[in-house]
Ligand binder design. Structure first.
Ligand SMILES: [Zn+2]
Length: 328
C-alpha cells in the first residue's frame, strides 16, 4: 500500500496534469542568431506541388538568395502540401514536395512551418509528427508555437480554425478537426495564450506568422474573423509585422489605422495572375500577382524586407527602424 506521502505526491501530480490542458501554453523554441545578433531568413508560402507550377524555380532562387544573405532559417506560411495535405507520415509527397525540392545548401536550415487550410484536408497529425523530422531534420511544424531568436520573437499561429466557412460550408472537402473541437474553446485559449505571450515578450521585434490574411487585396481578401479577434491583440501588444500566405501573391499593406505591417508571401508555386481587388493606394505599398518569396534581415535597430520574383529579381524593398535609446 502506498505511503501517505506517496499518495499526496500522486494527487499533486494528477492535479498538475489536469491543469496543463487548461493553461495550454505555447511551446517555445530557441533559435540562434549570427555573432552580431542579427538574423536573416526567407519566407515562402503555398508551395507543395511536387515542383510543378514553378515551385522548383522559386526553390532555386530561394537557394541563391539564401546563400547571398547567409540565412539562418526559413519560414513557411502554410498550405504546405496540395491539394489535400499529407495522407500520413509515409506520404511520398513529403519528399517529393519538400525534401527533393529545397535542395540548395543554403536551404539546409531549420524550417518553421504553420498549417494552412489545404493541410487541414489531410492527416494534420502527420505534419505535426516528429516522424517527419526524422525523415528530414529541417522540418518543424506545430499548430501554434513561439520561436525566441534573441532580438526578435516569432509567434506562429494556427489560423485555419478561425475561418467560419471551413465549418459552415466545407463544400466537397473534408477537414480534419481532431484536436480542435470544441472550436470556441480552442480559439479562446489560443487568443489568450497569444495575448499573454506577447505581453511577456521582451524582444525588440515581435513578428506574428499565420496562414490566413488579415488584410489583403488578393483572391481571398481580408479574413474578417482574424481582423475581429486577432488584430486587436496584435495592435495592443505592438506587434511589428503580421506575415501570412493563403493569397497566392506577394504583397505589402501598411494600413493608416494600424501600426502592424501586413506582409503576404504566398507565391511558392501556383499564382493567380490578375486576381486582385482595388485597395487604397496610400496603404498598398506593393502587390505582385506572380510567384516568388520574401527575405527579412533583422538587426537590433532595423528590419529590411525584400520581395523577389521567380527569377530572383528584386521587386520591392521596405525597411523599418527602431529608435535605439542610449544613455548620454
Ligand atoms: Zn490557404
Amino acid at each position: 500500500m502506498a505511503s501517505p506521502l506517496v499518495s499526496i505526491a500522486l494527487i499533486i501530480i494528477s492535479v498538475a496534469v489536469l491543469l496543463l490542458p487548461c493553461r495550454a501554453e505555447l511551446r517555445q523554441f530557441v533559435q540562434g542568431t549570427k555573432a552580431d545578433r542579427s538574423l536573416s531568413f526567407l519566407v515562402v508560402g503555398d508551395w507543395g506541388r511536387r515542383g510543378l507550377y514553378n515551385q522548383s524555380h522559386v526553390a532555386v532562387q530561394m537557394g541563391r538568395t539564401g546563400e547571398k544573405l547567409d540565412i539562418d532559417l526559413i519560414i513557411s506560411t502554410g498550405d504546405n502540401f496540395y491539394d489535400n495535405g499529407l495522407t500520413g507520415v509515409n506520404d511520398p509527397a513529403f519528399q517529393e514536395s519538400f525534401t527533393n525540392i529545397y535542395t540548395a545548401p543554403s536551404l539546409q536550415k531549420q524550417w518553421y512551418n504553420v498549417l494552412g487550410n489545404h493541410d487541414y484536408r489531410g492527416d494534420v497529425e502527420a505534419q505535426l509528427s516528429p516522424v517527419l523530422t526524422g525523415i528530414d531534420s529541417r522540418w518543424l511544424c506545430l499548430r501554434s508555437f513561439i520561436v525566441d531568436a534573441d532580438i526578435v520573437e516569432f509567434f506562429f499561429l494556427d489560423t485555419t480554425p478561425f475561418v467560419d466557412k471551413f465549418f459552415t460550408d466545407p463544400e466537397d472537402h473534408h477537414y480534419d478537426w481532431s484536436g480542435i473541437l470544441p472550436r470556441e474553446k480552442y480559439l479562446k485559449n489560443l487568443l489568450m495564450d497569444v495575448d499573454s505571450a506577447l505581453k511577456t515578450s521582451i524582444a525588440k521585434w515581435k513578428i506574428v506568422v499565420g496562414h490566413h490574411t488579415i488584410k489583403s487585396a488578393g483572391h481571398h481578401g481580408n479574413t474578417k474573423e482574424l481582423a475581429g479577434t486577432l488584430l486587436p491583440i496584435l495592435e495592443a501588444n505592438n506587434v511589428d509585422l503580421y506575415i501570412n500566405g493563403h493569397d497566392h501573391c506577394l504583397e505589402h499593406i501598411s494600413s493608416s489605422k494600424s501600426a502592424v505591417q501586413f506582409l503576404t508571401s504566398g507565391g511558392g508555386s501556383k499564382a493567380w495572375r490578375g486576381d486582385v481587388s482595388w485597395w487604397n493606394p496610400q496603404e498598398m505599398k506593393f502587390y505582385y500577382d506572380g510567384q516568388g518569396f520574401m527575405s527579412l534581415q533583422i538587426t537590433e535597430s532595423a528590419i529590411d524586407v525584400v520581395f523577389y520574383d521567380v527569377f530572383g529579381d528584386v521587386l520591392h524593398k521596405w525597411s523599418t527602424f527602431q529608435r535605439v535609446y542610449s544613455a548620454i
